[in-house]
Design a protein around this ligand. Structure first.
Ligand SMILES: NC(=O)c1ccc[n+]([C@@H]2O[C@H](COP(=O)([O-])OP(=O)(O)OC[C@H]3O[C@@H](n4cnc5c(N)ncnc54)[C@H](OP(=O)(O)O)[C@@H]3O)[C@@H](O)[C@H]2O)c1
Length: 325
């Protein structure tokens, strides 16, 4: 993917929309959680602008339906479907192996899939708390396993966080929320982990002089399935209220994908930046650069979380780790 400025860059007076995405012909993009919500709109726009898109979805039927939607909206789209369950490290390894075999070069990875505020503590196949497993550890493992292809080209890794990172802390003494589980703090922890990961990945890429740009994005508040499958899943009154609020107050899902799309494609993006909507305190609007809370940039917390993530996933990012003499 070219990093030269193009005529599609936004002007000062023109709010950014996906119409300004540069030509992505020849680029390969991997989009986890592409069957619905932000991920589907991310896949549609990447394909519309010429990228070959691997739609990585955990449910084959929902994935096939989404593949059909992309093809209907983008005739001739170069899209394929692959199975990926981020809450199962075996599935992540299988997906990575088959994707590396088919695509030795990956230009764009959008770590987008997620679950939110599960009312009761659930665990992944590997025994990790489900939000940490899906939102952070699964993407951590996926990115590390795809590194050989990401390091073949100047590549972009976009990790999707949330305003909810502000309510998160990394509880190293109870990372898996075994002693105390609370739905929103656990989500906040996973979304803070997304930011710490994005920033630390850029630090390691810089140290290794790798041509990899790692950034983060958040959608503000977007009307997607996220709440219905999280706090709304139990049918509680609170869940239904949040679900209704999301439908009424949330911006359309396609707009929620814009910060990710800007971060994934625009030539002026630099490593360790964070993108989100520009209006209503970052809850809706067109993409702009934003800042996370200060401890998202703490290199010590990031390094400690990174080490724990290596131990938990067994993915060591060898290609970016300085070798000891
Ligand atoms: N919507 C918002 O207002 C909002 C706000 C802040 C941040 N976000 C973030 O935006 C991202 C996308 O969310 P969304 O709003 O588009 O929600 P969504 O419509 O619920 O989409 C979530 C996607 O993640 C997939 N997914 C969930 N668990 C998975 C797993 N174990 N393995 C693989 N895929 C899995 C889902 O697949 P299934 O269809 O199979 O469940 C779905 O494709 C998330 O990271 C979320 O935290 C959203």
């Amino acid at each position: 993917m070219s990093t030269e400025p193009t005529r599609n860059e936004p002007t000062r007076n023109e709010p950014w929309t996906p119409a300004q995405i540069p030509d992505l012909t020849g680029a390969t993009a991997v989009a986890p959680g592409a069957n619905v919500g932000l991920g589907l709109h991310t896949a549609i726009e990447l394909a519309r602008h010429g990228a070959a898109v691997v739609m990585a979805c955990r449910n084959p039927d929902r994935g096939a339906a989404a593949l059909g939607q992309v093809r209907a909206q983008v005739p001739g789209a170069d899209v394929e479907l692959a199975r990926l369950d981020l809450a199962d490290l075996g599935s992540v390894r299988e997906f990575a192996a088959s994707t590396l075999a088919a695509h030795p070069r990956i230009d764009v990875l959008v770590n987008n899939a997620g679950v939110v505020a599960l009312p009761t503590r659930q665990v992944s196949v590997d025994g990790f708390e489900m939000q940490l497993a899906t939102n952070h550890l699964g993407h951590f493992a996926l990115t590390g396993l795809l590194l050989p292809a990401l390091l073949t080209a100047p590549s972009r890794v976009v990790t999707v966080s949330s305003n909810a990172h502000r309510m998160g802390t990394i509880d190293f003494d109870d990372l898996q929320s075994e002693r105390r589980y609370s739905a929103w703090p656990a989500y906040g922890q996973s979304k803070l982990a997304n930011l710490l990961f994005a920033m630390q990945l850029q630090r390691l890429a810089d140290r290794a002089a790798a041509d990899l740009t790692s950034v983060a994005a958040h959608p503000g508040y977007a009307a997607t399935n996220l709440v219905a499958s999280g706090p709304g899943a139990g049918g509680s009154i609170a869940g239904r209220v949040i679900g209704l609020a999301t439908k009424v107050l949330g911006q359309p899902a396609r707009m929620g994908a814009w910060p990710s799309l800007y971060a994934a494609t625009m030539p002026d993006v630099r490593g360790a930046e964070y993108f989100g909507p520009n209006a209503f305190g970052g809850w809706r609007g067109h993409p702009e650069r934003t800042t996370a809370k200060p401890n998202a940039y703490d290199p010590d917390v990031a390094a400690r979380l990174w080490q724990r993530s290596v131990e938990l996933t067994g993915v060591d990012y060898g290609a970016l780790t300085p070798k000891e003499n």
